[in-house]
Ligand binder design. Structure first.
Ligand code: GDP
Ligand code: ZN
Length: 306
């Protein structure tokens, strides 16, 4: 038996990276039957494979419990959740400080998605060469205050690239962010060719039929993996319970117990709301509260556009 990580899955063949190399494997019959009921094995899964006594192929014998899962809604008449990638450790959310102008409401939406999947979120503020670091820090100060890690990078000057590389070198990361902010350029700066590879796969994924959408892990030479998932953007907020939205804004958490209506307070109109009072007193960032209210109202489109 060998333990490994599933890098790709296509047509019932799984490529599994083990300490002894990459092997193609198929699902053992029992697992195969279970798979029809759900997403039994996906990219990112940790599995055990064994040589099949009947043939030359390897079979997946066991799947470890997932630490996390990126889920999207599978299209169809009765949409159901579909796991895209298992065991993702972090989402790297990339925005440019300028060109294009950052839409922080969209950043808030990505952060909520990361929180809802229990993923670490790292914010990358790229193109700092265009505004200088001071202006860039002012733009993202709110997020640093809340406690998110913000990396200030420039592909042009090389600033922050080493920090980004370090952030990607362990576990499985996925990148999110609008187009044109420099995601491919950053990946190429981290490891030559990486951006092109991830972009090519994503393009392929985008053109494929929805039912065949798959993800793939690309191994970094320093140890981590980058998942080429279509990104959080595709995932949507459909799975989030409006009653739990406030928990996905980490800076709200310490106030939630003090609302007059307790857990049932939506912080939108109720009297004696501790969150609202904190916003009015300047203790909580108004911009984030505004994003919260829009998401609560189901104003997803508007948040998308910024
Ligand atoms: P993606 O769509 O997010 O993958 O963005 P790309 O990597 O394709 O980059 C979009 C454009 O931004 C390209 O013209 C890049 O050369 C440019 N770009 C990327 N990073 C930087 C940067 O740090 N500074 C500046 N000034 N331009 C950058
Ligand atoms: Zn409240």
């Amino acid at each position: 038996m060998l333990s490994g990580t599933v890098l790709r899955a296509s047509g019932g063949i799984y490529e599994v990276e083990t300490p002894e190399g990459v092997y193609s494997a198929v699902l053992r019959g029992r697992l195969k039957r279970e798979e029809r009921l759900g997403d039994r094995v996906v990219v990112g899964d940790r599995v055990e494979i064994a040589p099949d006594p009947a043939g030359a192929a390897w079979t997946i014998e066991r799947v470890e419990e997932r630490r996390s899962a990126l889920v999207r809604r599978a299209p169809g008449k009765a949409p159901r959740p579909k796991v895209m990638v298992a065991n993702v450790d972090r989402v790297v959310i990339v925005f440019a400080v300028a060109e294009p102008t950052p839409h922080l409401r969209m950043l808030d939406r990505f952060l909520v998605l990361a929180e809802s999947s229990d993923l670490e979120a790292v914010i990358v503020a790229n193109k700092v060469d265009l505004t200088g670091k001071e202006a860039a820090r002012r733009l993202f100060a709110v997020y640093e205050e809340i406690g998110y890690r913000v990396l200030y990078t420039s592909v042009r000057t090389g600033e922050g690239i080493e920090d980004l590389r370090e952030a990607l070198c362990d576990g499985i990361s996925t990148l999110a962010g609008p187009s044109g902010v420099g995601k491919s350029s950053l990946l190429n700066a981290v490891q030559p060719g990486l951006g092109r590879r991830v972009a090519a796969i994503s393009e392929h994924v985008g053109k494929g039929r929805h039912t065949t959408v798959t993800a793939e892990l690309v191994h970094l030479s320093c140890g981590g993996y980058v998942a080429d998932t279509p990104g959080l953007r595709e995932l949507g907020l459909w799975a989030i319970d409006p009653e739990e939205l406030d928990l996905l804004f980490p800076e709200f958490r310490s106030y939630l117990g003090s609302c007059r209506y307790g857990n049932s307070c939506t912080h939108s109109h109720e009297p004696g709301c501790a969150v609202r009072e904190a916003v009015e007193a300047g203790q909580l960032p108004a911009s984030r509260f505004d994003s919260y209210l829009r998401l609560l109202a189901g104003d997803d489109e508007e948040v998308e556009r910024g």
